[in-house]
Ligand binder design. Structure first.
Ligand SMILES: [Zn+2]
Ligand SMILES: [Zn+2]
Length: 459
């Protein structure tokens, strides 16, 4: 249910759409990217996902917990309301809540995936949904095997409308990956990058889990031959995580995937991933020239992580709309919408609004790698207003008093992860930034701590 107030907001935004984009001439299409619902069926009961004692269970959720169904519901309904006529939807996984394996099972996880699939289909009808698994969707959590299993069998039944042909069905049943072509001829490459995640204990010693790299190269080589435009999507993103100083993936898999992306960057028109829950991006370069950009969409779940010694910041639920050229595949704009969680709970109605319009609010021409690279350069200088905006949007516009600061050392890590997706260049970038910084001592200590924690993690 949505109240009158939120509908009024929608109408206002709809009018803005009409005015802003009526003058454009390219064959423009739109698609949604939604990710990391993390539906907690026990919200306001056992609170399985909640990282703190929650006494005040807001209707639409709590920053300490995963999404109640009401939040899943209004998020998909907001997508439909803001833009019902999209060409397709990318959905990059992690539908299952953060909970211990003792509370989950193949039945439960499959049930959650089915519920959310149904909700998306209910709202969007025959619009294709190109879905991928997140690391939390597997049971036991993170442990994707490099072969067929019961979950893949069951999910294929749910996603059959979008995974067509015997070959793609077999790819999905073997490794949870597939390729499809949209009605406008864009090739979707849907990866199961959870196979490369360091929390997956079944794949780290393998050369090519589920033969996905070999398959990917074959698909991309054929795309070059056929002059196709390719959109790559998946859950766990490649690149280096600024808060950890290392990739999400096993180092050899991160390097391999990055090499493939660079090698075939001529046909790759965009990369869209999830998993980080924050709003983020990374620019791929070849000999210093920007060649591809990976966009990480913020999550629906507002959940704050809490591990010993570290607590994640609060963030609001978000959904993302991408405008692209149907002929060239070029990304024209990204509009991110968000729900002010505390205000929605207080008002008793979902307060969705446009959070930012990337080209307008970052003052860039488009979402091309050149434009994104220029944006990174503008963000790199001291007191950059663009970086200040990024920092707020990174956590989806939580209220100012909840926004954690980012000093020069923190900023060095973040800017370096925009620019460098491989470990060595990232490390060199951070060292260079740190050596020129007044934050030398604390930064060196942070590097030391990170190095020690990396060593500890490899045991
Ligand atoms: Zn997640
Ligand atoms: Zn994840």
């Amino acid at each position: 249910m949505m109240g009158a107030m939120s509908w009024t907001r929608y109408v206002g935004v709809g009018l803005l759409f009409a005015i802003s984009w009526s003058a454009s001439t390219a064959d423009e299409g739109w698609f949604w990217h939604v990710t990391d619902f993390h539906y907690d069926f026990s919200y306001s009961g056992l609170d399985l996902s909640c990282n703190d004692d929650v006494t005040n269970h807001g209707t639409y959720g709590n920053y300490w917990c995963d999404s109640p169904w009401s939040l899943v519901d209004v998020s998909v309904e907001a997508m439909k309301t803001f833009k019902p006529d999209v060409d397709f939807i990318l959905w990059t996984g992690d539908s299952v809540l953060h909970a211990g394996d003792e509370h989950l099972s193949v039945d439960i996880n499959d049930g959650i995936l089915s519920n959310i699939t149904e909700k998306l289909v209910q709202e969007f009808g025959s619009t294709p949904i190109y879905a991928t698994y997140g690391n939390h969707d597997y049971f036991p959590s993170n442990q994707f095997p490099p072969n067929n299993n019961e979950l893949y069998n069951r999910t294929l039944e749910n996603w059959l409308p979008w995974i067509s042909g015997e070959e793609e069905k077999n790819n999905f049943l073997k490794g949870g990956y597939y390729t499809a072509v949209t009605t406008h001829g864009i090739r979707i490459v849907a990866l199961n990058t959870n196979l490369y995640f360091t929390s997956d204990k079944l794949t780290g010693s393998l050369h090519d889990p589920a033969d996905q790299f070999a398959w990917l190269e074959t698909v991309l080589a054929a795309a070059v031959t056929n002059s196709e435009k390719v959109l790559v999507t998946g859950h766990v993103p490649p690149g280096v995580v600024d808060t950890m100083g290392k990739p999400w993936m096993y180092p050899q898999f991160n390097a391999k995937l990055n090499d493939i992306i660079r090698k075939y960057s001529d046909v790759i028109i965009g990369l869209h991933f999830g998993h980080e829950h924050i709003d983020n991006f990374r620019v791929y370069t070849k000999s210093g020239v920007p060649v591809a950009t990976m966009f990480l969409a913020p999550s629906v779940t507002p959940w704050r992580y809490k591990i010993p010694g570290q607590t994640g910041g609060a963030h609001n639920p978000a959904i993302r709309l991408i405008q692209y050229d149907r002929q060239t595949g070029q990304h024209i704009n990204i509009i991110t919408y968000y729900m002010d969680l505390p205000a929605s709970n207080t008002q008793g109605t979902p307060m969705w609004a446009e959070e930012y319009n990337a080209t307008r609010d970052y003052a860039i021409d488009d979402l091309s790698s050149n434009s994104m690279n220029k944006l990174v350069e503008r963000m790199s200088v001291s007191n950059s207003p663009e970086f200040a905006n990024y920092w707020k949007w990174r956590v989806v516009s939580v209220q100012d008093e909840m926004l954690e600061g980012c000093d020069e050392a923190c900023k060095a890590n973040t800017v370096c992860q925009f620019k460098h997706v491989d470990q060595s260049p990232y490390d060199a970038c951070v060292s260079k930034a740190v050596s020129g910084s007044t934050y030398l001592l604390p930064s060196l200590m942070m590097v030391l701590i990170l190095a020690l924690s990396c060593l500890a993690a490899q045991k």
